[in-house]
Ligand binder design. Sequence first.
Ligand SMILES: O=C(CO)COP(=O)(O)O
Length: 131
Amino acid sequence: MAKGAYIALIAHDQKKDDMAAFARRNEALLRPFSIVATGTTGGRVLEACPSLDVIRLKSGPLGGDQQIGALIATGEVSMLIFLVDPLSALPHDVDVKALTRLATVYDIPMALNTATAEILVRTLTATDTQN
Ligand SMILES: O=C(CO)COP(=O)(O)O
């Protein structure tokens, strides 16, 4: 993974505890990287892991998903970990779809659940240390 590229972290409300736990488990792996996150998720990650370099954007419903989508379009995101809640209706569902669509268009490694996130974070950080 290219240095300077962001790892993007986002979690829906019902998944924020899972994201905080994920960050805590993987704090050492994530520490060398710059993280970009939607507002509330970023706050939870920083609370759990104050040592991480986290840039907080707007909250998802206020445009945070779109901000991360724009960073993907400009080539600044190398990994997207987006813990989605498939059991709740969201007012900004169109933004969520737009973001996952852009991650697919630009072929960004994308985890939508914790199990995949655990695999992805190890694979990409291991690749990085070989470069
Ligand atoms: O709603 C979100 C993603 O769609 C997440 O936004 P927050 O991290 O601000 O809650």
